[in-house]
Design a protein around this ligand. Structure first.
Ligand code: NI
Length: 169
């Protein structure tokens, strides 16, 4: 297993649209294991392949407190969304230190493959529903700060670029 580098906003590679995973093989299972290790190491609750510069429709999630309930979503598709929405505070491993409110569906049903190649439908609400929507946005090249006002987004962009310059020194 290996820790993978996570792309940081405003890296343009975060805006690439992921292609479907073409079958679950040894490469995908290794990628899943590495993404889980990377997510747990970074203390995140979700990681999309886009964030580690792999542009395929693959997500790992764990919203459990014990950090022992990994959820693998391969080629996820939303099949139902609740009529109710809420604004929740979100953060992202690709935008470290930034948290802001984003409107999401309260509940979703998502059809997705697992690491064994089986497809199932997951009914999610609460934090899991928010996390699934956030991670599925990544696969479409969308980062949560794009829901914020242009003013806020530019401020975040500047802050991130400044932090990255300081890291490079
Ligand atoms: Ni994110």
């Amino acid at each position: 297993m290996a820790l993978l580098p996570i792309l940081c906003y405003p890296d343009p590679k975060l805006h690439r649209v992921a292609k479907p995973v073409d079958g679950v093989d040894a490469r995908i299972r290794t990628l899943v294991a590495d993404m889980l290790e990377t997510m747990y190491d970074a203390k995140g609750i979700g990681l999309a392949a886009t964030q580690i510069d792999v542009h395929e429709r693959l997500i790992v999630i764990d919203v459990s407190e014990e950090r022992d309930a990994p959820l693998i979503l391969i080629n996820p598709e939303l099949v139902w969304t609740s009529p109710e929405t809420h604004i929740n505070e979100e953060g992202c491993l690709s935008v470290p230190g930034i948290y802001d409110g984003v409107e999401r569906f309260d509940a979703v049903h998502v059809r997705a493959g697992d690491e064994h190649g089986n497809t199932r439908t997951i009914e999610a609400d609460g934090l899991l529903a928010v996390c699934i929507q956030h991670e599925m946005d990544h696969l479409l090249g969308k980062v949560f700060v794009e829901y914020l006002s242009p003013l806020k987004r530019n401020r975040i962009k500047k802050k991130m670029l400044k932090a990255q310059r300081e890291d490079d020194r």
